[in-house]
Design a protein around this ligand. Structure first.
Ligand SMILES: *Cc1c(COP(=O)(O)O)cnc(C)c1O
Length: 421
């Protein structure tokens, strides 16, 4: 299997090469040359999530240097539970937050980290990963790369602009993970990373690389749980589900569309957006415009220019095709708060602000069949928003509690990328 750039001006590469490169040399994103059709019978007979992941991903790694190690990588990466919670016979929630940092990004970050480590060992190469984060991504990347030989990680975050719990997930690691609290805002952190990447002697000396959400290694694992959910729901209800995906950079939803292309029994996919609605505007008027991001309560979805939109637009050639396949709703902060309260009172179930966009969208659909909302983060990560609404303190999941008890290691620096090295 080969992967090509969405912009069509880069050589076709293997999955491993795409993972090491991140972005294609022409500035595009890597997509598979075709979507392998999977046999549901084989998938239905797998006995663990890791095994299912292997079956789903194997065609993408056919002929790749990691082909023989893929089963091991899947077993190691996906070693935490993935429960499906049923509100009732038709409405389910996929709890994607039982990984080390309690958000779905652990799936992609762990797979990427393990694959990269193995690739570097083969090449006897070292890397330094730079991540600027406004919250969730940095924690998932730090956790996934912690103590991986040959890979250093520098995480930059804006001082005083992330929640206490988020900060702890960035600073609790030590060893090969260095956290930098930058005296500036998130845009300053991103600017410093970009400047470092433009400094070619630094790139060379440190082997600078990135682990952001456009990396193929983060997208592929998101194809797997779409398959898993669709198969489980089909098995349990005999009907094909509609999947509702809270979306920002649209990586999670793109993985779900890829699963559908590969034959996963999915009826429809619906994107739940917060006030950042550039995908919805494109569906409505055919113009895709980058916007500045708007701050909302579902802050991990505050994206004005979704980076994976290029992959989705590549999948559906032209606006007509796009809007016939992709549907989206935009959900205000007010409705997010109302929905957290409603789901708590009616279903006795606590959700985070991101998941609330999905639950709100479910309420808007006139869908006869089963629906599944992706729960993208554990509500305990957003306790200052959720606890006043539900009126009790939310127990911290054990994996997160472990991190919150650790010591912090952090350096305070100014807005100058040279202070990172
Ligand atoms: C990153 C994130 C999202 C958005 O996912 P995309 O793949 O960027 O669309 C939604 N919810 C949470 C909790 C996240 O961390």
């Amino acid at each position: 299997m080969k992967f090509v750039s969405t912009r069509g001006n880069a050589p076709a590469v293997s999955a491993s090469e795409a993972i090491l490169q991140g972005l294609a040399p022409d500035g595009g994103l890597y997509v598979p040359t075709y979507f392998p059709q999977l046999e549901m019978r084989i998938l239905a007979n797998t006995s663990s999530y890791g095994e299912l992941a292997y079956e789903v991903l194997a065609p993408f790694f056919e002929g790749d240097v990691l082909e023989g190690e893929l089963a091991e990588i899947c077993m190691e990466a996906f070693d935490f539970p993935l429960p499906i919670h049923w509100h009732n016979a038709k409405e389910a929630v996929l709890e994607l937050y039982w990984g080390p940092t309690a958000a779905f990004k652990d799936f992609g970050a762990r797979f990427l980290a393990i694959a990269m480590q193995r690739l570097l060992q083969k090449r006897d190469q070292k890397l330094t990963i730079l991540v600027a984060t406004s919250g969730d991504t940095g924690g998932a990347v730090a956790a996934a790369f912690h103590q991986r030989a040959g890979i250093g990680v520098k995480v930059l975050y804006p001082q005083g602009k992330v929640s206490q719990r988020q900060e702890k997930q960035l600073t609790c690691w030590g060893d090969n993970i260095e956290a930098y609290s930058v005296d500036g805002v998130f845009d300053d952190c991103q600017k410093m990373v970009k400047e470092a990447f433009m400094d070619s002697s630094l790139v060379e000396e440190w082997g600078l690389s990135s682990a952001n959400s456009i990396n193929l290694g983060r997208l592929l694992p998101q194809v797997v749980y779409a398959f898993y959910t669709a198969l489980e729901v089909f098995h349990q209800t005999g009907a094909v589900p509609t999947l509702i995906v809270p979306s920002g950079n649209v990586g999670n939803s793109c993985g779900t569309y890829w699963a559908k292309e590969m034959g996963a029994p999915i009826k429809q996919i619906v994107l739940a957006l917060n006030a950042n609605r550039s995908v919805l505007d494109y569906i409505e008027n055919g113009q895709f415009e980058k916007r500045n991001s708007i701050a909302t309560l579902a802050n991990a979805m505050d994206v004005g220019n979704p980076s994976n939109m290029e992959r989705l637009m590549h999948l559906y050639n032209g606006w007509e095709a796009f809007k016939s396949e992709v549907s989206a709703y935009s959900v205000s902060d007010e409705l997010i708060l109302e929905t957290i309260a409603k789901v708590w009172h009616e279903k006795n179930y606590v959700i985070c602000p991101h998941t609330a966009t999905g639950e709100y969208v479910r309420g808007q659909l006139t869908e006869e069949g089963p629906t599944v909302v992706y729960a993208t983060a554990h509500p305990a990560k957003f306790e200052t928003i959720v606890e006043p609404i539900v009126g009790h303190s939310i127990p911290i999941p054990p994996q997160l509690a472990l991190l919150l008890d650790k010591e912090s290691y952090v350096k305070n620096i100014g807005v100058n990328y040279k202070e990172l090295f």
